[in-house]
Design a protein around this ligand. Structure first.
Ligand code: TXA
Ligand code: MG
Length: 359
């Protein structure tokens, strides 16, 4: 499609299901767009996806172009039924079946050996394919209506924070894609956990809502994160190509501050005073307890300090809000590293270009 046409928005009334007949008609129209090689953004339980037909290399090419993404960074293929897994993968290991049974539909992406049905364009030239079944009634209906296989990265311009509302998708994608299914705000707000089941070692390539602990319990083995993610100075490159780039970044400079809570508060307060003295527009993303104590131009708070889930939920929205307000320096408190906290810290470091201040 050409860049000067507006993207058509389909608003879903009962986005948490059950879907109404009108909703289903809208979704069927969007499925038709995909079957004809077009692009449609859609909600999932994690973030909005930018969908195209995963089995059509031209569609995948269009996805990379719309996002401005390097085409060696592969796409996740979204399915809506276990019956569809066999067509796109080969040698499915036992562990994949265990995880699928337990966590699909849900925020878990598995890397498996790909079949010939999946074009190399979709997998960025790799012989493996990333697959997930999202836990969202609109997404599942849309995948079905589209023929069963939707390739979808997050629906942001490459490098920007992932969109968690339809409004943010439009901000980046209006005129670049054919349609958008508006299914309200995403539940989780951070991208799925990615687990590699095709390599020498079962490993998490991107942390997410489903933690290593939960995965270890399910498989009865110790599942660890790709070491390249934990140490920004590690010589090895992250195994998920997308984890190699600066990512999830707003226009302003992000400064994560980690340490004991009182010291974090003091350090950020001091940084804010210095920035304000230079006339720099400041922002803070912090826990609820501290929100009224900081003196910054824009303050966004998540939940309590030990509530990583609500921090994860608000994180990308807060970064995009900061951009809307032209904030130049954004201080971010560290939240707990328990649960989804590991994933949040990983995204936070990426958005900051892998640097933080330790106090
Ligand atoms: O929650 C999510 O996963 C969202 C929603 C839309 O489903 N999607 C998403 O896609 O985050 P994207 O493209 O933004 O991130 C996909 C990540 C990238 O880091 C990519 O490099 C990695 O998955 N990936 C995809 N296929 C891979 C493969 N075969 N091997 C290793 N990494 C792969
Ligand atoms: Mg992304």
């Amino acid at each position: 499609m050409t860049g000067n046409l507006d993207t058509k928005v389909y608003k879903i009334e009962n986005c948490h299901g059950p879907l109404s007949e009108e909703d289903k008609v809208k979704i069927a129209e969007c499925g038709e767009i995909i079957r004809n090689g077009g692009l449609v953004a859609f909600p999932t339980e994690t973030v909005y996806g930018l969908g195209g037909d995963a089995l059509n290399s031209l569609s995948s090419g269009r996805i990379y172009a719309a996002k401005g993404r390097p085409s060696d960074n592969p796409l996740i293929v979204h399915i809506c039924s276990m019956d569809d897994l066999g067509r796109i993968t080969e040698d499915i290991p036992e562990e994949a079946l265990i995880l699928a049974k337990k966590f699909w539909p849900g925020p878990l992406t598995m890397i498996l050996k790909k079949s010939d049905a999946v074009p190399l364009k979709t997998t960025g030239g790799l012989e493996t394919v990333a697959v997930r079944m999202p836990d969202n009634p609109v997404a599942l209906e849309f995948i079905k209506a589209s023929g069963g296989y939707i390739a979808a990265p997050s629906a942001n311009i490459s490098g920007k924070p992932s969109p968690t509302t339809a409004g943010y998708v439009l901000e980046d994608m209006n005129g670049r894609i054919d349609a958008l299914i508006d299914g309200g705000e995403n539940d989780i707000g951070l991208e799925s956990t990615i687990i590699d089941l095709a390599g020498d070692k079962i490993q998490v390539l991107r942390p997410g809502f489903i933690t290593n602990e939960i995965l270890s319990d399910a498989l009865g083995i110790k599942v660890e994160t790709d070491p390249a993610l934990l140490d920004p100075n590690c010589k090895e490159r992250p195994k998920a190509p997308g984890m190699r780039y600066r990512h999830y970044a707003p226009e302003g400079e992000v400064i994560p501050v980690r340490g004991e809570p009182d010291r974090v508060f003091a350090h950020i307060s001091e940084g804010l005073v210095k920035a304000a003295a230079k006339g720099i527009k400041t922002g803070v993303l912090c826990c609820l307890e501290n929100a009224s104590k900081y003196d910054a131009d824009v303050i966004r708070h998540a939940g309590a300090l030990d509530d990583a889930e609500s921090a994860a939920h608000i994180f990308y929205t807060a970064l995009r809000d900061m951009d809307d307000e032209n904030v130049e320096v954004i201080y971010v408190e560290n939240f707990t590293d328990r649960g989804v906290g590991e994933a949040l810290w990983n995204r936070l470091l990426k958005s900051a270009g892998s640097k933080w201040e330790e106090v």
